[in-house]
Design a protein around this ligand. Structure first.
Ligand SMILES: *[C@@H]1O[C@H](CO)[C@@H](O)[C@H](O)[C@H]1NC(C)=O
Length: 142
């Protein structure tokens, strides 16, 4: 279960996030203490108060265009962009996997391939009588 969440978060190795999704961690007086202070200053410079909400930053600031294990190394350094990223390292249940994948990129890549292969075998529901087929992935149809 945890390993699965980690694998989906790993897609963040090549993603973007809008400033508004993480400014709470950097612009408040009680900035997130789990975040690397240098990284927090960098983010604050890129996303100051009142920034255009369309501005987005790369989630992996080190190797933003490579699909690699840098995302996990960043988490070890307190450089997870979103709270939902950094918590994977803060939580004792997922930290060992973050450490393992930070140490061994092949291990991470093998786990990712296996997960995507399994996901490809999940049957797609096409009959509305069998349940709620969402028009918007984030919410149940009303
Ligand atoms: C890294 O992971 C791969 C794939 O799981 C494994 O075959 C290899 O032995 C690991 N390397 C080290 C140094 O642990």
């Amino acid at each position: 279960m945890r390993r699965c969440c980690l694998l989906f978060a790993a897609a963040h190795t090549v993603g973007f996030a809008h400033c508004g999704t993480f400014t709470g961690r950097i612009q408040t007086a009680a900035a997130d203490p789990t975040m690397d202070p240098g990284y927090a200053s960098q983010l604050l410079a890129a996303c100051p108060a009142g920034v255009d909400p369309n501005v987005a930053l790369e989630i992996d600031p080190v190797t933003p265009h490579a699909f690699d294990n840098q995302y996990f190394i960043n988490l070890q350094k307190g450089m997870g962009l979103l709270t939902s990223d950094q918590v994977l390292y803060a939580d004792a249940r997922s930290r060992p996997t973050v450490d393992a994948w930070a140490a061994n990129s092949s291990d991470f890549e093998a786990a990712f391939v296996a997960a995507m292969t399994s996901l490809g075998r999940v049957g797609v529901k096409t009959d509305p009588a069998l349940g709620n087929i969402r028009r918007d992935c984030a919410v149940l149809n009303s």
